[in-house]
Ligand binder design. Sequence first.
Ligand code: AMP
Length: 399
Amino acid sequence: MSDLVLVLNSGSSSIKYQLLHADTAEVLASGLVEKIGETQGGRITHECGDRELVHDGPIPDHRAGLRQAFEMFRETGLDLTTVGVGAVGHRVVHGGEVFWEPTLITDDVVRTIRELSVLAPLHNPANVIGIESTRELLPGIPQVAVFDTGFFHSLPEAARTYAIDAKVAAAHGIRKYGFHGTSHQYVSEKAAEFLGRPSSELNQIVFHLGNGASASAIAGGVAIDTTMGLTPLEGLVMGTRPGDLDPGIMPHLIHVAGLDLKQVEQLLNRDSGIKGLSGVNDFRELQQLIDGGDAAAELAYDVYIHRLRRYLGAYLVELGAVDDIVFTAGVGENSAAVRADALAGLSGFGIEIDPARNETRAPGVRRISPDGARVAVLVVPTNEELAIARAANDLVTAS
Ligand code: AMP
């Protein structure tokens, strides 16, 4: 049985892909299909070893994009139909209350993922198109859906329930689901491995700080709380999303500011967060603005850190005691300033950072707390593709 897995992450106008060995984590090729369905700017960037191929031109739909990407695989000597792909793993954003384990894709599974689009209208339809196109192009290769909500299936009722009319909530599936689950699970397990202790013995707090951002509290390997909710809008301040808001702001925007629903959705998904406050959503650009003395950028940073610390406090109390705090994703792995400011002044809780370790860049998992500190603070690079590949490979091997 081949451990070679093609992993796909299909968005509304893009597809990220990687071909890798689940056992060794060796990546044979990876790429990005961009601006699908747009009249201009269509591009596929394909990397294979030290070769990079670029295809520029309109990409009418996902199927055409994948077909072209597969052609680029062939050009670099990897024909996906013959190279021995054992499984295709798809990142699927929302599994609702139906799916939480990695699931072998059948017609019924595709239908249900499509039905769950009411819970993730921006994401699940694109995931379905990616799945359908791949099933057509690679018939006979087992396909597996790995759900971004899956790891948070375990949230206790008190943590996952919104205090609104229970009948309305039940009728419309309104509850906290959580997202980035594959990453939270992967880095928490990596952290346990690094500490040489089983996850079942650890209380952990994970900060996944990328363009999207979320935190989780994990007790004994089981998630007990997370910041994202019914949708990926709740919780931490993100690149373009606000995180927590007074729900009364929504009717205020409609009735007082005169926005329509489409404009509110645009505001919340694309024009809020760091970008809404500072004009830029990339953390490196934010840092440059701050270095130049930009007051709006400084405020955006302060709001971002304030929200992180609020959830850190909440999760410390929920867990009672914490063994390790993990930072991951673009900002979490790279911004020493964010890590230092998020945890400043908490030595009374056993939380300390060694400034030299924090500033030193190094690949792989690393400890940034001083030796002997009560709480281990770790930087753990996330690898959602590898986690999806392993989940898909395990399922296909077992079935
Ligand atoms: P991700 O969604 O995990 O790819 O993370 C994207 C975010 O990580 C963007 O806001 C980037 O600006 C940020 N990022 C990437 N590299 C760095 C860096 N060296 N320092 C600070 N932020 C970074």
